[in-house]
Design a protein. Sequence first.
Length: 254
Amino acid sequence: MRKKYILILSLIGLVLLLSGCTEINTPIDSESTGFWNSYFVYPMSWVITYFADLFNSSYGLAIVVVTLLVRIVLVPLNVKQIKSSQGMQEIQPEIKKLQEKYSSKDAATQEKLQKETMALFQEHGVNPLAGCLPIFVQMPVLIAMYHAIMRTEAIKSGSFLWFELGSTDPILPLIAGAATFAQQKIMMSGSPTGDNPQMKVMLYLMPIMITVFAFFFPAALALYWVVGNGFMVIQTIFIRKPMMKKADTGGDSK
């Protein structure tokens, strides 16, 4: 379980790093070539521009609206991810018992541990990979959004609220970091993995990364993170609250 979270975090970091090193300074338009540009980045840029035209050339408001629309479209995947994560968290005590029972590192014992762990997954209807798949399905969409914001030239000259979209802002990064921390904290609250050292690292590492990046990137991208993470906080509360009530009721009935 610990290795899975470390792997997920590493892959996400790698994808973000690679996405930041690929054509990020090349403007996107209808003449851009390549599968990634033609079918992911430019369509997202076009949608942002379309809404900006509707809102009297307000690219800031367009980013807010498009970010919310993207997050709403991805809700089913996020629900699946959260449910899978919750299921894994609920059986963690039983997994730990199996690990203690088969603590020997010899091949035969480890094979028994693997078989009984898989049987436990089947008994509770939990798929350990189900929580990973939605993350990788979402990634191209979210990275395309990131590229569209960074590579749409008209955004750089726009303004929204108190900040210029093409310049850095000292306040938005703090809000983005706080929203990220709130989301991570809500995800961990009431879960058996809350005391896991690796999970605690993620709780603080992700907000710090988002905050630091936002200080160096244009405010348009920080705005995207603020809106997206804020939406995820609300979504997580509404999804997890019924789950936690159900778990508490089940626990009491036993």
